[in-house]
Design a protein around this ligand. Structure first.
Ligand code: CAA
Length: 381
């Protein structure tokens, strides 16, 4: 676990080379102009990056989350927006892999894994973010179809995705009334509202998704009725590992850039890294990143080995994204006035880090998950 295999290192090298050459040249401009380039998805798909843990029989690489995280780290070092794209298009895949019928898998997984199709995950609503079980979208059974109505909010890939996994209410209030559905991007009655203007992660589109009498055949429900909340939570457990890996990559990029700068920049005739105020900041950044990477790798390893990993994923997401915020903020500080300008990427890193503390469950939600586990573990009687 502490040393990569030759195959893992080769995968990391290939990912780094690809990302620097392909995503790197326009990363700053894509952020500034809020451009999402679907060709990058196709190219990442050709490299195998869009379906790393999807089984080979369904067109994926059939590798583990450890390998998935290795690649995500490399993508995020260059563009955290496209790391999030790979993570989010992975959510329908992890759901179909776990709960899909063979027909559902055959229909969607090969395209998603190849990057020919793009996936999205539609849980949040205007009034239901952290309290996901209070969602209001409805799915009413009429004959052999469900009719879906409602509005989904903050949907990554809204308007560009080919498949949405939508959570909607088929029963009474609370988690047990929620079911999960496959909704194709071109379904009649599906439309797209506001595209959010964001602080960071600006190349990644975040869009309102509106469902007006969208008809979904019963065969496109995932799992039984009332199982949708568990589908969403289980997907997010896996997704949180991928957000953690992306945060590690983003942090690593911030460290490498600011450490190099600190060896080149001189003040008072001294390389600024030799001032303890700067050198210690960089040392703390390196420690935070290493801690985060170990937690992310452990969560990925637990998942790959069929062990419970829900708490490990929450811990990895929490620590690595809080660390990313600290690390990228300090990277700006190391560069001083230069760090605050768009001439250097560290201000983008800092803006991108912020949303990682929010997506796939805020870090307060991760603490709730962990605190509940501690209560269950240590309650007497
Ligand atoms: N895996 C499987 N099942 C789970 C689970 C998990 N990790 N966590 C909970 N469940 C099950 C519970 O066992 C329970 O089922 P039973 O009653 O049969 O035991 C059921 O789900 C309800 O669980 P809770 O009572 O714990 O539910 P809750 O309402 O208290 O909520 C929560 C728990 C952890 C706070 C949850 O609501 C949550 O994670 N909220 C955050 C939502 C979130 O992460 N949203 C992000 C959306 S996606 C995104 O960010 C952007 C994007 O584009 C991808």
């Amino acid at each position: 676990m502490f040393e990569r295999t030759d195959d893992q290192q080769a995968l990391a090298d290939a990912a780094r080379e690809f990302c620097v050459a392909t995503l790197g040249p326009s990363a700053r401009e894509d952020d500034e102009r809020e451009v999402f380039n679907i060709d990058f998805v196709r190219q990442m798909g050709e490299m195998g990056f869009c379906g790393i843990p999807t089984p080979e029989e369904y067109g994926g690489m059939g590798l583990g989350y450890v390998e998935y995280c290795i690649v995500l780290e490399e993508i995020a070092k260059v563009s955290s927006a496209y790391a999030v794209t790979v993570a989010v298009t992975g959510l329908p895949q992890v759901i179909l892999n776990m709960y899909g019928t063979d027909t559902q898998k055959q229909r969607w997984l090969p395209g998603l894994a190849a990057g020919e199709l793009l996936g999205a995950f539609a849980l949040s609503e205007p009034e239901s973010g952290s309290d996901a079980a209070s969602l209001k979208s409805t799915a009413v059974l009429e004959g052999d179809e469900y009719v879906l109505n409602g509005t989904k909010f903050w949907i990554t890939h809204g308007g560009v995705a080919d498949i949405y996994i939508v959570m909607a209410r088929t029963g009474g209030p609370g988690a047990k009334g929620v079911s999960a559905f496959i909704v194709p991007g071109d379904a009649a009655g599906l439309s797209f509202g506001r595209k959010e203007e964001k602080m960071g992660m600006r190349a990644s589109p975040t869009v309102e998704v509106v469902m007006e009498s969208v008809r979904v055949p019963v065969s496109d429900r995932i799992g039984p009725e009332g199982f949708g909340f568990k589908v969403a939570m289980a997907a997010l457990d896996s997704g949180r590992i991928t957000i953690g890996a992306s945060a590690v990559g983003l942090s690593q990029a911030a460290l490498e850039y600011s450490a190099r700068y600190a060896t080149e920049r001189k003040q008072f005739k001294t390389q600024i890294i030799d001032f303890q105020g700067v050198g210690f900041m960089l040392a703390d950044m390196a420690c935070r990143i290493e801690t985060s990477r170990l937690l992310v790798e452990k969560a990925a390893w637990l998942k790959d080995n069929g062990r419970p990993f829900s708490n490990a994923a929450a811990m990895a997401k929490l620590v690595s994204t809080d660390s990313a915020m600290l690390v990228t903020t300090d990277a700006v500080q190391v560069l001083g006035g230069n760090g605050y300008t768009r001439e250097h990427p560290v201000e983008r890193y800092m803006r991108d880090a912020k949303v990682m503390q929010i997506v796939e469950g805020t870090n307060q939600i991760q603490r709730i998950v962990l605190a509940r586990h501690l209560k269950r573990t240590y309650s007497r009687g």
